[in-house]
Design a binder for this molecule. Structure first.
Ligand code: FAD
Length: 399
C-alpha cells in the first residue's frame, strides 16, 4: 500500500485529496488489470486514451473555458494524476502526459478557433496530441533548430525534420516549432498547429526505445500550412514552448515519483516476504538502510514537486527554478530507488516483464527529455548566481 501521508501536506487542498482518492479507485478498477504487456503499443495507447477520456481525467489537461476542470492548468492536479498513473501503469502516464504537452501551447496562446478545434477532442480522448520541438542536430540547444517556415501569400511552407517525437505516427495533430527568422536564435522561432494528415508531413521512421512507446522522426517537405495555423505571434515560439514546459516539467518529476513509490512498495513487499538464513530480508540492517534511503528519496522528491506546483498554482509566481529542482531530483533519485528495488529482488528483479525490471527501463528517459538533468542544473545555477549577485552589496568606490 503506497504511503498517502503526503496528501495532508499544506501544498495540497481538499480538491487534491478527493482527486487522489477517486483516481486511485479508478486505476485499481480500470488500469491495474491491463497488466504490462509490451505488444501492440500503438493499440494500447489508443485504448488508454479512450479510457482516460471516458474517465474524465484528460479534462485536467485543458482549461475550464473549453471543458477542463481548472481555469488555468493546475500543476498539483497534473502531478497527482501523473504520479498515480505512473505507479499503476507507465504507458497510461505517458498517454496522459502527451495530451497536456501536445495541447499546452494552444491552451496558453492559441486563438479561439484553434482552441475550439482541438481542446474538446484532447479532453475526450478522441484526438491524440503531440509536441514536435526536437531536431537531430540541435537537441538540448533548442534555439539552434533549422526547420524552416517561410511566409507565402496564403500562409507558410515548412521544410525540415523533427525527431524523438512522442506519439509520432499515431497523433492527430502536432504542435510544431519552426524557424520563421524574425531574429537569430530563440527569437526567430514560431509555433504552428499541424493536422497529422497535412500533405508533405511524412513519418520517416518509427524509433524503438528502452521502454516502448510511440516515437518517430518526422520529415516536412514543402508542407503548406494556412496562415491561421500560426499559434500566437510569430517569433514567440521558443518563449511559448518554455512557458508550456514550465508547467509540464514539474509533472515529469511527478511521473518519476510514481515509479519510485511503486518500486519502494515492491521492494518492501519482497523484503518482508523473503526469508534468507532463517530471517526476513527486512530484518537485515543493510536492507533496512536501503529502504530508509528509498523512503527519504521519495519524500524529498514529493516535497520538491508539490512545492513547485503550489508556487505556480497559488502564488502565480514563475517557478522555473523550483520546477527544475523538482524534475532533477525526482528523476535522478527515482533511478536510484528503482535500482535498489531491483537489487532487493535479486535475480527476479532483472527478469523481463517483472514490474521492477520494467520500472528500471521506464524511468530512464525521464532524465533526458523536457530538459536533461544537466540542463536543469544550468537553470538552477543561473538563478542561484543571479540571486547571489543581486544580494551582494555594491562596494563603495575606493578613494
Ligand atoms: C523517450 C523520449 C521521448 C521524447 N519525446 C519528445 C517529444 O515528444 N517532443 C520533442 O520535441 N522531443 C522529445 N524528445 C527529445 C528530447 O527532448 C531530447 O532527447 C533532449 O532534449 C536531449 O536532446 P538530444 O537527445 O539531442 O541530446 P543532446 O542535446 O545531444 O544532449 C546529450 C547530453 O548532453 C548533456 N547536455 C546537454 N546540454 C547540456 C548543457 N547545457 N550543459 C551540460 N550538459 C548538457 C546532457 O547530459 C544530455 O543528455 C524525447 C526524447 C526521448 C528520449
Amino acid at each position: 500500500m503506497p504511503d498517502r501521508s503526503f496528501l495532508d501536506w499544506p501544498f495540497l487542498d481538499d480538491s487534491h485529496r478527493a482527486l487522489a482518492d477517486r483516481l486511485e479507485a479508478w486505476c485499481l478498477h480500470e488500469i491495474a488489470p491491463l497488466g504490462h504487456d509490451e505488444t501492440d503499443i500503438d493499440g494500447q495507447c489508443r485504448h488508454l486514451l479512450r479510457l482516460l477520456g471516458d474517465g474524465g481525467w484528460l479534462r485536467y489537461c485543458i482549461p475550464a473555458s473549453h471543458g477542463g476542470v481548472h481555469p488555468q492548468l493546475d500543476v498539483r492536479s497534473l502531478s497527482l494524476i501523473r504520479e498515480t498513473l505512473a505507479r499503476h501503469h507507465g504507458l497510461a502516464d505517458f498517454v496522459f502526459a502527451m495530451q497536456g504537452l501536445g495541447s499546452g501551447v494552444v491552451s496558453l496562446f492559441g486563438s479561439a478557433a484553434q482552441k475550439a478545434a482541438i481542446l474538446p477532442g484532447v479532453a475526450a480522448g478522441t484526438r491524440c496530441a503531440a509536441f514536435a520541438l526536437t531536431e537531430l542536430e540541435s537537441g538540448s540547444d533548442v534555439a539552434a533548430m533549422t526547420t524552416s517556415a517561410t511566409r507565402t501569400a496564403g500562409g507558410w511552407i515548412i521544410n525540415g525534420a523533427k525527431t524523438y517525437i512522442s506519439n509520432g505516427g499515431i497523433a492527430d495533430h502536432y504542435l510544431l516549432f519552426a524557424r520563421t527568422g524574425e531574429a537569430p536564435g530563440a527569437k526567430g522561432i514560431s509555433a504552428f498547429l499541424v493536422p497529422a494528415d497535412t500533405p508533405g508531413l511524412v513519418i520517416a521512421e518509427r524509433i524503438r526505445v528502452i521502454a516502448p512507446h510511440p516515437l518517430a522522426t518526422l520529415h516536412f517537405k514543402d508542407m503548406a500550412l494556412p496562415a491561421d495555423s500560426l499559434i500566437g505571434e510569430a517569433g514567440r515560439g521558443f518563449a511559448q514552448a518554455m512557458a508550456s514546459l514550465d508547467i509540464f516539467r514539474t509533472t515529469v518529476g511527478a511521473a518519476a515519483l510514481g515509479f519510485a513509490r511503486r518500486a519502494l512498495d515492491e521492494a518492501t513487499a519482497r523484503a518482508t516476504g523473503r526469508r534468507l538464513q532463517g530471517r526476513l530480508l527486512a530484518d537485515n540492517a543493510v536492507i533496512q538502510a536501503m529502504l530508509a534511503d528509498m523512503a527519504l528519496a521519495v519524500d524529498t522528491a514529493a516535497l520538491l514537486i508539490y512545492r513547485a506546483g503550489w508556487l505556480r498554482d497559488v502564488t502565480g509566481a514563475r517557478n522555473s527554478r523550483e520546477a527544475a529542482m523538482a524534475k532533477l531530483h525526482a528523476t535522478d533519485s527515482a533511478q536510484e530507488v528503482i535500482d535498489k528495488a531491483v537489487q532487493i529482488h535479486g535475480g527476479l528483479g532483472v527478469v523481463h516483464g517483472h514490474i521492477v525490471e520494467s520500472l528500471y527501463r521506464e524511468v530512464r528517459a525521464l532524465r533526458i527529455y523536457e530538459g536533461a538533468s544537466e540542463v536543469q542544473r544550468v537553470v538552477i545555477a543561473r538563478q542561484h548566481l543571479a540571486q547571489a549577485a543581486a544580494a551582494t552589496p555594491t562596494q563603495p568606490a575606493a578613494a
